[in-house]
Write a protein that binds this ligand. Sequence first.
Ligand code: NHO
Length: 358
Amino acid sequence: MVNVGIIGVGLVGSELLSQLSTHRSSNVIPKFSVVALKNSSKQLLSSSDYAPLDLSNWKVALQTHGATSDLATFVEYLSSSPTPAVIIDNTSSQEIASQYSLFLRKGLHVVTPNKKAFSGDIEYYKKIVEEAEKNKRSLLHESTVGAGLPVINTLNDLIKTGDKIVKIEGIFSGTLSYIFNEFSSLSGNTKRKFSEIVKVAQENGYTEPDPRDDLNGLDVARKVVILGRIAGFDLDLETLPVENIVPESLRTLPSSSEFMERLPEFDHHFDNLDQTAKNSNQVLRYIGIIDPVNNEKCVKLVSLPVSHPFASLKGSDNIIAFTTQRFPNPLIIQGAGAGAGVTAFGIFSDLLKIYDKV
Ligand code: NHO
């Protein structure tokens, strides 16, 4: 049995609890026991002997019986577990990410969709990777790139088996995938304005609360840094060239609603870009590239021929192409790359790897 403590029970954390609960009730011998839950204000620890918490009622229990959130107590409780224990960070908090080193030293395995530790300060990144190895603990973060798609696992396997990376290229943002798949295609769809598509994406919950946080490319940049580091390149968020497609005069507007109100002023700008691409039978796509051969590592808006595999993507799918010495025709991973269901699946699959190992 692996004991699990979960920090962050928002969109992804709640979905993970639901998946774990279904798994527990459908397995004769349960593999995981959720014994501790925590959000920013409250935490709930199993009252007796690491017995599993009742997951049918966790929200009410956390709210009504939860103690004041205290990370030190939470970690101490988990690290005293008589069976292997995992801490899952389902927050986007830098504060929690900066504690992974401690978690690992305390003997805990770490699983997370939080990109901060893997795309932030490179020295800290190297330290936690080393710490995991030294303490023989897993530090898994499959869902930081491509949600549940097996991107990081595949890249790790390529590297560990001695393959050489020639190029990594992909559409890494579900939101930007949706926006450009809808906006820029050569099929006969009625043409919609860029601002209208961003509005629909926002209304459907595909974008961050402020769509500028998607359009500025930072989320894609974090994912490129994560993959680049696994591939052995010391990429840094501060120096990676990132094309911010938020029109310059809208970047400093104080609110998301003001930004959305003024975005239509720039529809002609995006129409021009699209028309220029169309004139050469191409479409616009927002991609991340790691190309050591041509010394190009960046995140940018490009036009691609319609025959390119990225041009025919649907909905908010992600696509990642690994060109390597062994795969001169790239190994391509494609599918749903955003949303709580697939993100939680990625976390769950990391948990299963830990179960199989301990
Ligand atoms: P929420 O819903 O805001 O929940 C955060 C939880 O963390 C809350 O319970 C809050 O109380 C708790 N929390 C925050 N700070 C805390 C602290 N210091 N101590 C204790 N608790 C704290 O966030 P989400 O949406 O559930 O996201 C959780 C993590 O998953 C984040 O790191 C996020 O980046 C990552 N993630 C989410 C998604 C998603 O679909 N929501 C995806 C990937 C990773 O596949 C998704 C994706 O990539 C979408 C992306 N925008 C794209 O490609 O377009």
